[in-house]
Design a protein around this ligand. Structure first.
Ligand code: DP6
Length: 422
């Protein structure tokens, strides 16, 4: 990378923002530019220790244009969505005084100053996990801190929303609702926190990153095609989701897992049903996704009460939310039984994130996976099928906190001398 020396000062801020998984899905826009949805949605924020974006932003009079590097590669900021976020932030920026460097930036200066933005995900981008939500939320959050934007998280969520709809829900930890709003200018289409991550900290989340060769339809174009062609989407947005939102808020408030699981699974299934009702039909789930659903459904039915909820976004990966640690360990045993790793894999990279779930499941090495007995609910179907290699890896995690500023200079991704990525 060409070294550009900054004759003047460089001011930086670094922040970390989580990703989120919707349990009542956002699918369909009523305004494509402002990113206004056709229904409310609810999500769970995932623990940033396991899935998050870290972004450093810098401003300097020596920068000649806005630049961004994502996971080590320079990317263009010319897209309308980035430009909308930057314009909104510049219009809300405040005065900034940097203590040591004698920096003074007034509100008006922000119109002329340029940014360098360096962003990294702590999970593989290729995994197909929603990285845009954490990425856009982090960009807006870190720039807002740098520019001394005084707006609260809800107002910031309305800016992040214009980068990517689901990003607005990553401005909070725990359980979050994106209110669709009624205003044409989108001012009331914001995220609010329903409960923080400590409210329901028994929940354990296991993500199965499923192998897929299929080129997926992006959420943006997929939901546009659904709104244009599906007859079911209007019924979903107007009749089904409003009732589910009320029930889901109640389930979260009361930590009512059976209701939470029933609503989460039903809403994921209906989202994929409207995808199938799109012309041409959109298939996000694959055979492995369907097998995971059937494994969970069989087990839940066998127990008589739900142990695990499943939900799938615009791809084949399964997000499985278990009632508590015990249920998560039993779930992991079932998943490893049906989806053992290829013989050349190692356990440390096959199950990542919170490894204590692996210990709870009594799995110490690969031999323990091979020795797993079939779960009781499939005893009468012996020989049970195994699908070796159909899951790339599992991530064990939990509900987590919202965005934070990282004050430790060593965590910055920008060289304070050059203003370029470290
Ligand atoms: C299936 O937020 O990625 O994950 O607003 O066009 O950027 P754009 O779409 P995006 O869509 C996410 C859709 C979803 C469901 C959800 O997160 O609610």
């Amino acid at each position: 990378m060409a070294a550009e020396s900054c004759k003047d000062w460089v001011l930086t801020v670094t922040a970390q923002t989580p990703t989120n998984i919707a349990v009542i899905k956002y699918w369909g826009k009523r305004d494509e530019d402002l990113i206004l949805p056709i229904n409310d949605s609810i999500s769970v924020t995932l623990d940033p220790h396991h899935l998050c974006t870290t972004t450093s932003v810098a401003v300097s009079p020596a920068f000649t244009h806005d630049r961004m590097w994502l996971n080590g590669k320079e990317v263009s900021l010319s897209g309308g969505r980035y430009q909308n976020c930057l314009r909104e932030l510049r219009s809300r920026a405040g005065d900034v005084e940097g203590e040591e460097k004698g920096i003074k930036i007034t509100k008006k200066d922000w119109e002329k100053l340029h940014f360098h933005i360096v962003s990294y995900n702590n999970f593989p981008t290729a995994a197909g996990l929603a990285s845009s939500a954490a990425g856009l939320a982090c960009l807006v959050f870190s720039l807002a801190k740098l520019m001394n934007v005084k707006d609260d998280h809800s107002r910031l969520s309305a800016i992040a929303r214009q980068g990517s709809g689901s990003a607005c829900r990553s401005l909070y930890g725990g359980f979050v609702k994106w209110i669709m709003g009624k205003e044409q200018n989108g001012s009331d289409s914001i995220a609010v926190q329903l409960a923080d991550e400590k409210h329901w900290d028994d929940l354990v989340i296991i993500i199965a990153v499923v192998s897929s060769r299929q080129k997926e339809t992006s959420s943006t174009s997929g939901m546009r095609e659904t709104v244009e062609t599906s007859m079911l989407i209007e019924h979903r947005a107007k009749e089904v989701v409003p009732k589910r939102i009320i029930q889901m808020e109640e389930a979260i408030k009361n930590r009512d897992f059976p209701a939470f699981a029933r609503l989460t699974c039903a809403d994921s299934n209906q989202f994929h049903a409207v995808c199938l009702d799109t012309l041409p039909p959109i298939f996000y789930m694959n055979d492995t996704s369907h097998r995971i659903i059937s494994c969970v459904e069989k087990w839940n039915r066998f127990e008589g009460t739900p142990q695990v909820a499943y939900t799938f976004d615009a791809g084949p990966n399964a997000v499985l939310i278990s009632h508590n640690r015990k249920a998560a360990a039993l779930l992991l045993q079932r998943l490893l039984f049906h989806f053992p790793p290829n013989s050349d894999a190692d356990l440390n990279s096959y199950v990542i994130g919170d490894k204590t779930i692996l210990q709870d499941a009594g799995i110490q090495d690969m031999k323990d996976i091979e020795a797993l007995a079939p779960p009781p609910e499939i005893k009468d179907n012996i020989p049970a099928q195994k699908y070796r290699g159909d899951v790339n890896y599992f991530i064990c995690t939990r509900p987590g906190r919202g965005p934070v500023v990282l004050t430790d200079e060593r965590r910055s991704l920008i060289n304070p001398e050059t203003g370029l990525p470290k």
